[in-house]
Design a protein around this ligand. Structure first.
Ligand code: ADP
Ligand code: MG
Length: 678
């Protein structure tokens, strides 16, 4: 039976049950998925050298004829070594293959091959170990290299790939019309897929990559837009614009910044429509997003509907609960905290209050999206520090109300084009200015030699009444020589911070314990908090004006920016001291960026450049399909093209229901989980 492109890969000729398991390990379960297993690199067999010119200890391509194969040798521990003698016509070399008799058997005496591998030995006796090879009469000399797993060799994957491509060619599938392909100068999909694996030339591989990257960006954009369209179709609670928000904002202890006011009015305009709001509130750390969220909650409560605010950690949820209570209870708006660590009895009480509508605003972690929580009238859902939640969680929460308005808050500012790509299903409000009177955080990067001096400065600030964070990467001591909070806290209490009150905070502590420590820090009883990155997001203690970060090399730029954002939140001049002994170029560059700017947008752009988009864009952060081919950081132009193409397609066929867009829609659905687009 001929294998189906979308069927089980085990039916692909030459695969079978056992090998299909190996494929599944690297996320491939159908020939289609195999075809989209893009080579991570290519081997160019055209670039072969004579044996005598192959540098010892390095990888080379050689053209070799095997003249004698020796029988496999079994050595200790079940290891099998296979050897063959070969020549390039002038010099001899030994081919050595470890533990892979099958692989060795495929090389034939008397045949000539191109072989790529590490050459070792000396001028008299050279060997090449476990080479990758192709027959010398092979026409395609640029060969793909794949991400593999134990038991899958590159040759096996190549053979299977050719089979899969054959099947694809029998029923050529093209997702884009000729018209679009012409306009954006894209090669046909089938050709792109063939050429990405077996490129006849560099130009062909370039064209293939461009087509596939375009597809990827296009599908992403389409998927996001379909999500948006779907949620726009449902109706949400239409609030009353006659409710005067000034009543709330006028009662705050501070005047909102212009950006905050703008965000509040955009949100309220959305809430007064019966299509659900889908808005992203982007603002740098410390820009005052919580006050904006509070205004939205107040407005909802005055309209008789409940709001839910979800935070990524219990510490943050507890803090939001406290802040919102301060903001809202004076207006008679009832706020409750529901977290996983409450006692069963307390939880039941909370749930009852939520179900009866006694509670207006529910704050918590993901516990508030669990099934057993029933709302009387959930009309607004706010997600804080959105980068910690996946799309699916956002969707799960949205299921709670009939179709609640949604506000997503993110403190990871990103460039606008990228934001559109990642949050294409959302409208965007941006807070760029910080509240008045904030002093910029001074940042210094120093080596461990200056640690004691740095702590001298910390003590001086503590003496002036300020508080400090000291951040370490680890909880417990380990074999690495990274600082761990537990021993660090002990040493500091007896050393650099002797005579000051210190406390320990890390993620493995019990929730109640964490909350007690945070409360002591908030109240000022604890002067210095020795902690891990549990304080990374959202923690707000305006009196804290110094931060020391140990092993600063361990943290990425965005993370350092988030951490640093814990200070500089009040009227005091604040300082961040990054300590690292790492002198690698990358680390030095990161420290330089951190000391030279506090602009979150700039930092995230640099971060994107340094880390590459795969990491930034990966599902771990956004819950979106990871990009395999497109490189967002460098393909701005392609991204614009894909975007304009998507917008045009959707303007003509908003749900891609036209038969001519069927293949494309199927492809989009394969990329996104089906229930998100519906
Ligand atoms: P983030 O945007 O990082 O979540 P927060 O909402 O935690 O920032 O606000 C940071 C601090 O700034 C809080 O202490 C908050 O009370 C204060 N704040 C917010 N808006 C203003 C404002 N307009 N003027 C002065 N202080 C403000
Ligand atoms: Mg916040």
């Amino acid at each position: 039976m001929a294998a189906d492109l979308f069927g089980d890969i085990q039916y692909l000729k030459g695969v079978g049950k056992a090998r299909s398991e190996k494929y599944r390990k690297i996320g491939i379960s159908s020939p289609y998925e195999l075809i989209y297993h893009i080579p991570r690199a290519y081997l160019d067999f055209r670039a072969h050298v004579p044996v005598c010119q192959a540098p010892i200890g390095d990888y080379s391509v050689l053209k070799l004829t095997i003249f004698r194969k020796m029988p496999p040798q079994r050595v200790r521990g079940g290891l099998v070594i296979c050897k063959a003698a070969a020549t390039d016509g002038t010099d001899d070399i030994l081919i050595v293959v470890y533990n892979n008799v099958y692989y060795f058997q495929a090389m034939k005496e008397g045949e000539t091959y191109y072989m790529y591998g590490k050459v070792s030995g000396n001028f008299l006796r050279r060997e090449i170990s476990s080479p990758v090879y192709i027959r010398a009469d092979e026409k395609v000399l640029i060969q793909p290299i794949y991400r593999l797993t134990q038991g899958l060799s590159v040759n096996m994957v190549r053979t299977n790939m050719r089979q899969a491509l054959e099947i694809m060619k029998q029923s050529p599938f093209e997702t884009l019309s000729d018209d679009i392909r012409r306009r954006y100068e894209l090669v046909p999909l089938a050709q792109a897929l063939e050429d990405i694996h077996f490129p006849p030339s560099e130009a062909a591989s370039e064209a293939a990559r461009r087509r596939l990257a375009f597809d990827e960006l296009l599908k992403l954009r389409l998927g996001m837009s379909l999500m948006k369209t779907r949620s726009r179709k449902s109706t949400a609670y239409k609030m009353d614009s006659a409710v005067d928000i000034e009543e709330f904002t006028g009662g705050l202890p501070f005047e909102l910044t212009d950006d905050q006011k703008m965000a509040v009015s955009e949100i309220i305009a959305d809430l007064c429509h019966d299509t659900p709001m889908n808005r992203l509130l982007q603002g740098d750390v410390g820009s005052g997003k919580t006050a904006v969220a509070a205004a939205a909650c107040w407005f909802a409560a005055k309209n008789g509907v409940q709001s839910a605010l979800m935070a990524p950690t219990e510490i943050l949820a507890a803090q939001h609960f406290k802040t919102l209570t301060e903001f809202l209870e004076p207006f008679g708006v009832k706020v409750s905290l529901l977290t996983g660590s409450l006692t069963a009895k307390k939880k039941a009480e909370m749930r009852a209050a939520i179900a009866s509508g006694e509670t207006d605003v529910i704050v918590g972690t993901h516990a508030i999206i669990q099934k057993e929580v029933e709302y009387r009238a959930l009309g607004l859902v706010i997600t804080d520090e959105q980068h910690r939640f996946g799309v699916e969680q956002r969707a799960a929460l949205a299921e709670k109300g009939s179709s609640p308005h949604r506000l997503v808050m993110s403190a990871t500012p990103i460039p606008r084009t990228l934001a559109l790509m990642i949050y294409g299903d959302l409208d965007i409000s941006v807070i760029t200015q910080l509240p008045n009177g904030r002093k910029p955080i001074k940042t210094y990067a120093v080596t461990g030699k200056l640690r004691h001096r740095a702590f001298g400065f910390v003590r001086q600030r503590l003496d002036e009444g300020r508080q400090a964070y000291v951040v370490c990467p680890m909880i417990e001591d380990s074999e690495s020589d990274l600082f761990a909070v537990k021993s660090y806290a002990e040493n500091a209490a007896n050393g650099d911070l002797n005579g000051y009150t210190t406390a320990l905070l890390h993620g493995k502590m019990r929730a109640a314990e964490k909350e007690r420590v945070m409360e002591e820090f908030r109240s000022g009883e604890v002067q210095a908090l020795i902690c891990t990155t549990v304080v990374e997001v959202g923690v707000d203690v305006p009196n804290a004006a110094v931060m020391v970060i140990e092993n600063a090399e361990r943290f990425g730029l965005s993370q350092l920016h988030q951490l640093r954002g814990r200070v500089g939140r009040g009227e005091y001049e604040s300082t961040c001291i990054l300590i690292t002994d790492n002198t690698s170029e990358e680390c030095v560059k990161r420290m330089k960026i951190m000391s030279s700017t506090t602009d979150g947008f700039k930092i995230s752009e640099e971060d994107l450049k340094m880390r590459g988009p795969g990491d930034f864009f990966g599902s771990a952060q956004h819950g979106l399909p990871p990009l395999k081919i497109a490189d967002i950081a460098t393909s701005t132009e392609l991204m614009h093209e894909a975007q304009s193409c998507a917008d045009k397609l959707l303007s003509e066929d908003p749900e891609l229901s036209d038969p001519q867009n069927k293949a494309l829609k199927m492809d989009v659905m394969r990329l996104f989980s089906k229930d998100i687009i519906g």
